[in-house]
Design a protein around this ligand. Structure first.
Ligand SMILES: [Zn+2]
Length: 161
């Protein structure tokens, strides 16, 4: 009966689950170990069946995912709650310097005929991009996003066409 598909699945060693890190591969039980591994990005996870969660111990502090019956919840850093404060701080870090330089460039525009009059505008854009890059780099560092695995997946998809 198709109704069985509506039922949630519990997390156990016998199942095969999507990989929460790369979201491309599947994780399955490693024989003789209380661990699961991804067939794509090779990440290894320790398993806690009672709490329906897996932990990625290859980074400190470890990342944790909970199985909600359908899918993995968003990654949590053990002992750290990511709140709105971090998001606002990240947004301010990107926007405030950009806004400051932009306001100066807007209020004191260089005369168009002077050489290098475009510098303040380029400088504003560079400020935005460099601060955004720092935030993206931090995000990748914190969540250990397997960029190489993604890159391989993109290449394989491209080659198989
Ligand atoms: Zn994976």
């Amino acid at each position: 009966m198709p109704s069985s598909k509506i039922l949630t699945t519990s997390f156990n060693y016998q199942g095969v689950y999507p990989c929460p890190v790369c979201r491309v591969g599947k994780i399955s039980h490693m024989p003789l170990m209380e661990a699961m591994a991804c067939d794509f990005c090779q990440q290894i996870f320790t398993v806690n069946v009672e709490q329906q969660q897996i932990k990625m111990p290859s980074r400190q502090p470890p990342l944790i995912w909970h199985w909600n019956g359908f899918n993995w919840t968003e990654a949590q850093i053990e002992g750290v709650e990511f709140g709105w404060g971090y998001l606002i701080a990240a947004g301010a870090f990107v926007l405030l310097p950009t806004a400051l330089i932009g306001i100066v460039a807007y209020n004191f525009p260089p005369k168009p005929e002077t050489p290098l009059s475009w510098v303040p505008y380029v400088w504003t854009a560079l400020t935005f991009l460099s601060h955004l890059a720092i935030i993206i780099w931090l995000f990748i560092e914190v969540y250990q996003i397997p960029i190489r695995a993604y890159w391989r997946a993109i290449q394989q998809r491209f080659l198989n066409r």
